[in-house]
Design a protein around this ligand. Sequence first.
Ligand SMILES: [Zn+2]
Length: 134
Amino acid sequence: MPAMPRAAPDPRCPCGRDAAYADCCGRWHAGPGHLAAPDAESLMRSRYSAYVLGRVPYLLETWHPATRPAALSPDPATKWLGLEVRAHRRVDATHATVEFVARCRDGGRATRLHETSRFVLEGGRWLYVDGDLR
Ligand SMILES: [Zn+2]
């Protein structure tokens, strides 16, 4: 009996976790777990993946209404190359920060975005508030 063709491996999640996209940020981008990232780090990673995949509505939906821009048009020339989460700090029951470094190429220029982002838990959902660039 011939061997079954091997299924193609699931594409890895752009956020850098060793997991398939469907088992990682994909759960929060769409489907029954939409917008249900369980902690600030997962939300931050899912927002990075949303930038990589051009999921602009998700970026706006996970942005706190107080600081959310009216519209967002990421530069299509920006190519995201990788994410490294440096620290995830729970400040109190409803506030957390995530420090990360995201690498990207902007035109021909390689850039690093080093930011500490603030998140708040409201109505059972973590939301991005704002961040300080390093
Ligand atoms: Zn992910």
